[in-house]
Design a protein around this ligand. Structure first.
Ligand code: C2E
Ligand code: CA
Ligand code: CA
Length: 617
């Protein structure tokens, strides 16, 4: 019995152990299986990783992974080399730092659209900045990677360098629009340019000029010196033409020895005549080819938009007609399409020529016109007014002198002469005992652009020995409006010297009251066009009253210019004007007459009678 029991127990144990052993065996197998699977997964993972690293590293295309804020996570070699960085450097910056400000907003918006699922991956063609500041043209493709729960995870950015492709395109475009021999614009470019200029000139009501040029007897020269030297000659002429015009103008070669220049934003016909003359002069300079000195001349025909044509064809045709006339006139000259314009331009040029010699020939002189205080009836100062007496042209008015001289830049030496002469004259009067007398000198726009202007003023008054406060600089409201920033800078500098500032022709511009206060202007001269009307036109009268009231309130001295009659004078007295200038007090006088005048001031009541006497001088 006991044996049976032992047997049963033994059997059960064997079965249990067997089952256990089997279980262990199964588990071992399962563990082995799992271990095997992990190795496979690891191997696979390793495999993927290696493949990815190899592809990523060796890819010909720049690839980068960035965080959602654009900061770099990883970049391949092509990527960082394309931007001239090493990888570590790139990992410290943000993709946006590679882009130009102008492209940034667009790109960032697109990234946001990707995040919000409003867009799929897209390509961008743009210029990026390399480290060191060079630009590189690239195509950027950007895509968003999401995690298994579809949450935005990171961006994959691909970049392709397309700079050489862009350069090739640029070259092709250049070839399509330029003359291969000279590098100047060709007919295509000329047409495109003129169409563009036509549109903008119409919009802004600006004028432009078209100059048609043809070298004189080029064919003969070409035949004599040979084709190659002829080409070299054309290249030299092209360069000279280019240097005579501004970068906003255009020089084109139509072929052979035919050139066209487009001069934009023409304010005065004379300015075009001046350029045409400059071209004639530069073309005429000796040309040295292979050690041989050559001389060539050119003829120029000019048409003006809008007077001589409304489109390219008409302007070209008329410039061409004018060119024929220039050839007829014995070559080496220019002609406007409109004959009168040529005549006028020639006259202006001749006058400008004469003006250039006027300083040396002592043809300039100054007239002086007194300013009187209404309160004390004393002469407070005089204004220097420029005069030019020329044998051929007679007496030329200062307005015209200034217009002519501004164009050629001659205004600078002429103005220096005015300032010096006026200051020396005032010094003489001071030495005669009229020490409270001031001198007012008019200034032109070009002077204000001279960087040395303030220094010149300072050196003149110091040299002559005048107190700065006896010099008044008159500047028109219009001049300030034209270039407020620069003009005000100069005026502040003059003010610092102690020189007095007078705003001339006041009322014709729209200068703000605030500016007057800020600049602490010393005097305001009410324009004579208003003064002339005060007794006949109510609007002018109210303008003048308002200006006087405002100016007096600001503590600025109000001056009325162009006062001619007793009625005007009385109106001004009534309105509280402080000083007057005009024929009612005295005409502009030569220095000697002015000396007489200040030694015997004329009582106001006698002024009108005195005028006719003065007029005869
Ligand atoms: P402005 O500064 O307004 O000078 C006053 C002008 O009015 C002078 O003309 C003067 O002769 C004239 N005038 C004076 N009293 C009367 C009057 O009672 N009635 C009328 N109808 N006119 C009167 P002017 O001498 O022909 O000068 C004209 C302009 O030329 C001046 O106007 C001034 O802007 C400019 N100018 C004169 N001299 C110079 C100079 O040396 N340099 C510069 N840049 N401009 C000057
Ligand atoms: Ca003046
Ligand atoms: Ca004036």
């Amino acid at each position: 019995m006991a044996l049976v029991v032992y047997y049963i127990i033994g059997s059960v144990l064997v079965i249990l152990l067997g089952a256990l052993a089997y279980r262990v065996l199964v588990m071992r197998r399962r563990v082995n299986e799992l271990l095997n699977q992990q190795t496979i997964t690891e191997t696979r993972l390793y495999d993927y990783q290696t493949r990815f690293d190899t592809v990523f590293g060796l890819a010909n295309i720049g690839i980068a992974l960035t965080n959602l804020d654009g900061s770099f996570i990883k970049t391949n070699k092509t990527f960082y080399e394309l931007f001239n960085y090493n990888e570590d450097e790139l990992l410290t910056i943000n993709i946006f730092q590679l882009m130009h400000a102008a492209d940034l907003a667009n790109f960032q918006t697109f990234m946001q659209h990707l995040i919000e699922n409003k867009a799929q991956s897209q390509q961008f063609e743009l210029q990026c900045s390399q480290k060191g500041g060079e630009n590189v043209w690239v195509i950027i493709t950007i895509a968003l990677i999401r995690d298994n729960q579809s949450r935005p995870s990171y961006f994959v950015v691909q970049v392709q360098n397309i700079s050489s492709q862009k350069k090739a395109e640029e070259k092709l475009r250049h070839m399509a629009y330029h003359d291969p021999l000279t590098g100047l614009a060709n007919r295509n470019k000329l047409e495109q340019f003129v169409n563009h200029i036509l549109a903008s000139s119409r919009r802004h009501q600006q004028n432009f000029a078209l100059l048609f040029l043809d070298l004189d007897r080029f064919k003969n020269i070409n035949d004599t010196i040979g084709h190659e030297a002829g080409d070299a000659l054309l290249q030299i002429i092209a360069e000279r033409l280019r240097s005579t015009v501004r970068t906003t103008d255009l020089v084109a070669r139509l072929g052979g020895d035919e050139f066209v220049l487009v001069i934009t934003d023409v304010k005065r016909t004379e300015a075009v005549a001046l350029i045409a003359q400059k071209i004639l002069d530069t073309v005429l300079q000796a040309i040295v080819i292979k050690g041989q000195e050559l001389y060539i001349t050119t003829s120029i025909g000019i048409s003006l938009y809008p007077y001589d044509g409304q489109n390219m064809q008409a302007l070209m045709k008329n410039a061409d007609l004018a060119l024929y006339r220039a050839k007829d006139h014995g070559r080496n000259n220019y002609q406007f399409y409109t004959i009168e314009m040529t005549g006028r331009a020639h006259e202006r040029m001749a006058m400008q020529n004469a003006l250039a010699h006027a300083l040396a020939k002592n043809e300039f002189f100054l007239h002086y016109q007194p300013k009187m205080s209404i309160d004390s009836r004393a002469i407070t100062g005089v204004e220097a007014l420029l005069r030019w007496q020329n044998k051929e042209y007679g007496m030329i008015t200062p307005d015209e002198i200034v217009a002519l001289a501004e164009e050629t830049g001659l205004i600078v030496p002429v103005s220096e002469w005015v300032l010096d002469t006026a200051c020396r004259q005032l010094k003489d009067w001071h030495e005669m005992g009229y020490t409270s007398l001031t001198i007012a000198v008019n200034c032109s726009p070009r002077q204000f652009k001279q960087s040395t202007f303030t220094d010149d003023v300072l050196s003149t008054i110091s040299r002559v020995g005048l107190p700065a406060a006896s010099l008044e600089i008159e500047v028109t409201e219009k001049l300030i409006m034209e270039d407020p920033e620069n003009t005000l800078r100069v005026l502040y500098a003059l003010k610092d010297l102690g020189v007095k500032i007078v705003i001339d022709d006041f009322g014709t511009g729209y200068w703000s009251l605030n500016n007057l206060r800020r600049l602490s202007v010393d005097k305001i001269k009410i324009d004579k066009s208003f003064v002339k009307q005060v007794t006949v036109d109510e609007t002018s009268a109210s303008i003048v009253s308002a200006i006087i009231a405002m100016v007096n309130k600001l503590g600025i001295v109000s001056v009325a210019e162009g006062v001619e009659t007793r009625e005007q004078y009385e109106f001004l007295v009534h309105e509280g004007c402080m000083e007057i200038q005009g024929y009612y007090v005295a005409q502009p006088l030569a220095a000697a007459d002015m000396t007489q005048f200040i030694s015997h001031p004329v009582p106001v009541a006698e002024m009108i009678n005195g005028k006719s006497e003065l007029e005869t001088q």
